[in-house]
Design a protein around this ligand. Structure first.
Ligand code: SF4
Ligand code: SF4
Length: 325
């Protein structure tokens, strides 16, 4: 298995920021040799959404309907748990409350025992679908609020009151702006792609790993870009690591998670250094057209330089926590 010294060596291989600390923050090795991921593991239980946020960084307005199955989630997480446990599992999408059998999904995650904590992320439009049965098996609900789509204080308070009975935390986050995330025309500039990858907080700082259809991905963006970019569509799991059939998964998992090589999807993504825009809803049929541009035009080059100096630099996006039980 992995010794502390080899973890440090791996950490030193990460480029572009104060390396060891960032990697240590993401995962540690447990006494039994498995990894403990100190952030969350994401599961996109649907791909589609009932909203069309212009800055959706899961590309949901452009992705067809899909419903994940509880059986596959249980299988994937049970196998992954032999190598990795996580602080928290986040269930999201798209809009996860569109899933007709969300209780079975949460029960499957609970049964896998990969984490003690399960959080549901929702856009708040379907709060009436949160049943008592669901509250009983969740640990938290995070509600995203946007300038044109917000729950009333009464709605949140009502949910909060019901959630108290089950010790479920209700949090609400307000997103006034978003970073432009994608550039479907990509770039020929490999150095620029490497710089974007090096400054990608989703991978190097937050560890936004995702389990999807039997694969572990380093970021959900690589899952969804492979569904819409013709150059990536021939190999939709190309940026993932097969959980069930990649040989010795335990030997591959750290090199996979810490590789300094950009993903195939990084050519079409600007990570955390895109220009900042005010949040807005857009028409579903024109959503994709806003990203038919080159990487060079989407990158905020000043922000890229600042992020190279300090990967933790954070501007725009989420602010405020109006409600928390
Ligand atoms: S609420 Fe907006 S950002 Fe969230 S998945 Fe739906 S479209 Fe995307
Ligand atoms: S595709 Fe690349 S740049 Fe985009 S979020 Fe994933 S790792 Fe970061």
């Amino acid at each position: 298995m992995f010794k502390a010294s080899s973890l440090k060596a791996i950490a030193r291989r990460i480029l572009g920021f104060s390396k060891k600390q960032a990697v240590k923050k993401i995962f540690i090795q447990l006494a039994d040799g498995t990894l403990f991921h100190q952030h969350s593991l994401e599961i996109e239980i649907v791909d589609h959404c009932n909203l069309t946020c212009g800055g959706c960084n899961h590309l949901s307005p452009a992705i067809p309907r899909r419903f994940e199955s509880a059986e596959r989630i249980l299988g994937d997480l049970s196998t992954l748990k032999q190598h990795m446990r996580v602080e928290c599992v986040k269930l999201l999408g798209g809009e996860p409350l569109l899933h007709p059998d969300i209780e079975a999904i949460v029960a499957a995650v609970r049964k896998s025992n990969i984490s003690n904590k399960i959080i549901l992320l929702t856009n708040g439009t379907l709060l009436s679908r949160i049943t008592d049965g669901l509250l009983e098996i969740l640990d938290g609900v995070e509600i995203s609020q946007y300038p044109s789509m917000q729950n009333s204080a009464e709605e949140i308070a009502l949910l909060q009151k019901r959630a108290e009975k089950y010790s479920v935390t209700i949090s609400s986050f307000y997103f006034r702006t978003f970073h432009k995330s994608f550039a479907f025309k990509g770039t020929e500039d490999k150095k620029l792609v490497q710089r974007i990858f090096n400054t990608c907080r989703k991978v190097h700082l937050w560890g936004c790993y995702a389990v999807y259809e039997g694969y572990l991905f380093k970021c959900p963006q690589s899952i969804y870009l492979a569904k819409v970019i013709p150059e990536l569509q021939h190999d939709p799991h190309g940026d993932g690591l097969s959980i069930h059939s990649c040989g010795d998964f335990s030997k591959k998992i750290i090199p996979f998670l810490t590789s300094r090589t950009p993903l195939n999807a990084c050519t079409f993504c600007v990570g955390n250094v895109g220009h900042i825009k005010d949040h807005h809803m857009t028409q579903r049929d024109v959503w994709k057209s806003q990203y038919e541009v080159s990487t060079e035009s989407v990158v905020d080059h000043d922000l890229l330089k600042k992020a190279e100096a300090d990967i933790a630099i954070r501007v725009g996006c989420r602010n405020g926590v109006p409600f928390e039980s």
